[in-house]
Design a protein around this ligand. Structure first.
Ligand code: AGP
Length: 623
């Protein structure tokens, strides 16, 4: 997730853009840049180019410091603050990106899924690329379609370019040949037009507009805006004009940063449908023989597919994703899996073989114990595959391969969208390995991929039922003990559910493999206990049902999270929360969502700040 902005008005554009980027920096802070239409042709610019571009790796302060030593007069420009997805953080990978002439500049938020093919197509036409990003193809395509003599102008070139793009984008374009306008377009990434007095702006969200105006137009998918200082024209992707009345927004800046949600955690819980789609979609390809998983970015290759064992290590929530991975790799790839908490792995003198598939999961890519475990495994000759959310993180730089979760920055300390997108990456790996190892029939593979493709919309359906969880939390937030239990995939989700609740509501919460209850934990069950049973493993419904009876007969309140249409638990549990049916083995992608919401609403009911829980940090970079 990046932040883009643009300004057309009478004020100096550079300070306006920097201020807007400051408001957007929570969306990404790997690098920042601006492009301004200078009032005069740039010095030593042979072609009279007026496009002034400055960009720098690092937080916005680096760019601001660089710009403090030079000024550029100009009242129109665009800006970008980056969360890297393609191409690690660097000056050259920073936005804006320009075409070969340096007369067209582009900033972009999103993922151009077909960028590799477009890049090859352009390179075959002698276009030289400077960066490793997907975005750069946009600048070169606009230049390719921009024929001043054709009269189609900049807008025509942008519309032709948009027809070639697959994936998500919120983008803004400026050109030295059109110093009075900027062009903006969106598909699947947010973009808002701010309508001021003698000035107009665009931004990824409202926060960057409020200093100028509260009159906004939310661009719809495939719409295009052309901003001038005194008016804005809206178009469809086919170039037909649109008339739209502005919307008045009352949000304050802080509320706007949270997208109108009360806390980042709730915003990020709700971002999961999109984060799952962003993580899945570029890796699910239609081929002549049907859907297939494409992990070209990590070139799994035969030696990885031939690995005799999978070892996964991580901490906290990432370790719970690893636990789901244990069941997933065994289920799909029929591979033995060892899962270890990183702080345990690194000190137990582990046996690690060079031909193990060693997976390290970390949202931040900076967790001290996880990095130490990874380095120890490397010493044993193991090949490291990182699953991480941060391009250019220490883990990503030291691993042999990195498979990224495209969740965007996760601000809340309690990890939510990072977890579900980690699961998505794990499922893609396990299914791909199962296929490469011929452990999955073509029919089953097709069925699993069909189910996977539906997950984002099913996640949205679960999120739409949040009010049921909010009411349940209002009844049970004061329980002395909350136990989560489940079997197999549901046990792994129980572990994550218990962590969510304890870390933000400070309720004593534990997770049990349901079959373990009678081996001790049931002694803790009393009338001040809530037990949440996660029941999606259809073949084990009888088992979990008897566990539910065991706890309710001892006075515990009970909630069951199970499939829509399932009636096995209505008579034995106090409450049943249902999620859309998918394959039992994919259930964690959905069953964790009600648990996240439950933890959030319990924390709020107890007066806690879910975004900043006591004693905890977002990234544990010390031991
Ligand atoms: C999860 O909600 C916690 N914030 C914590 O357990 C976290 O998952 C753990 O510290 C690992 O962080 P990482 O994924 O960045 O390595």
């Amino acid at each position: 997730m990046c932040g883009i902005t643009g300004y057309a008005g009478y004020k100096e554009a550079a300070p306006v853009l920097l201020d807007a980027l400051k408001k957007l920096e929570y969306r990404g802070y790997d690098s920042a840049g601006i492009a301004v239409l200078a009032a005069q042709p740039l010095e030593n610019s042979p072609s009279g180019n007026r496009l002034f571009v400055r960009k720098a790796k690092g937080p916005l302060s680096v760019l601001s410091e660089r710009l403090s030593h030079e000024t550029v007069a100009g009242t129109l420009g665009i800006g970008h603050t980056r969360w890297a997805t393609h191409g690690e953080p660097s000056d050259v990978n920073s936005h804006p990106h320009t075409d070969v002439s340096g007369r067209i500049a582009v900033v972009h938020n999103g993922i151009i899924e077909n960028y590799a093919r477009l890049k090859e197509w352009l390179q075959a036409r002698d276009v030289v690329f400077l960066s490793d990003t997907d975005t750069e193809v946009i600048a070169h395509l606009i230049n390719y379609y921009y024929k001043p003599e054709s009269g189609g102008g900049l807008l025509g070139a942008v519309l032709e370019t948009l027809k070639r793009l697959e994936g998500s984008y919120a983008l803004a374009v400026v050109s030295s040949d059109f110093p009075d306008r900027l062009i903006a377009a969106r598909k699947d990434s947010p973009l808002i037009v701010g309508l001021g007095q003698g000035e107009n702006l665009i931004a990824s969200d409202v926060t960057a507009l409020l200093a100028h105006t509260r009159e906004v137009c939310f661009l719809e998918d495939r719409e295009v805006a052309v901003l001038y200082r005194d008016h804005v024209d809206l178009f469809t992707g086919q170039g037909e004009k649109i008339i739209r009345a502005p919307t008045h927004v009352d949000w304050d800046v802080e509320a706007a940063e949270k997208g109108g949600y009360a806390h980042f955690m709730l915003k990020e819980i709700h971002e999961q449908a999109k984060a799952l789609a962003d993580t899945l979609r570029p890796r699910l390809k239609e081929t002549t023989t049907g859907r297939d998983i494409s992990l070209d970015e990590i070139k799994l290759g035969d030696n990885w597919a031939a690995a005799p064992r999978v070892v996964i290590t991580a901490c906290g929530t990432a370790w719970h994703a690893a636990m789901v991975g244990k069941y997933a790799f065994e289920h799909f790839a029929r591979l033995p899996v060892e899962v270890d908490i990183a702080s345990e792995y690194r000190y137990r003198n582990p046996v690690t073989n060079p031909d193990d598939l060693f997976i390290v999961i970390s949202q931040s890519g900076e967790t001290a114990d996880t990095l130490a475990a990874m380095r120890l495994a490397k010493k044993s000759g193991a090949r490291i595959l990182a699953v991480t959310n941060v391009v250019g993180s220490t883990l990503a730089r030291e691993a042999d391969l990195s498979l990224y979760t495209w969740a965007g920055p996760e601000i809340a300390v309690a990890s939510t969208k990072a977890f579900t997108t980690q699961l998505m990456c794990i499922y893609l790996l396990a299914l791909k390995l199962g296929k490469l190892r011929s452990r999955i029939t073509d029919a089953d593979y097709a069925r699993y991929l069909k189910a996977l493709a539906k997950i984002p919309e099913q996640a949205a359906a679960v999120l739409a039922k949040q009010e049921l969880i909010q009411k349940f939390a209002a009844r049970h937030f004061n329980k002395g003990k909350v136990f989560f239990m489940g079997r197999q995939f549901d046990y792994a989700v129980s572990l994550e559910s218990a962590l969510k609740l304890k870390e933000i509501s400070y309720t004593h919460s534990e997770a049990f493999a349901a079959g373990e209850l009678k081996h001790g934990p049931i002694a803790l069950v009393d009338t001040n206990t809530l037990v949440v049973a996660i029941a999606t493993q259809t073949a084990l419904f009888d088992k979990i049902a008897s566990n539910i009876r065991e706890v309710t007969s001892r006075g515990a309140a009970s909630l069951v999270i199970t499939w829509e249409g399932e009636s096995a638990f209505a008579a034995i549990a106090d409450e049943v929360f249902t999620i859309p049916k998918t394959e039992d083995c994919l259930s964690p992608l959905l069953s964790i969502i009600p648990a996240q919401l439950f933890a959030y609403y319990c924390a709020v009911q107890r007066g806690n700040d879910p975004d900043k829980p006591r004693n905890l940090a977002k990234s544990v970079t010390v031991e």
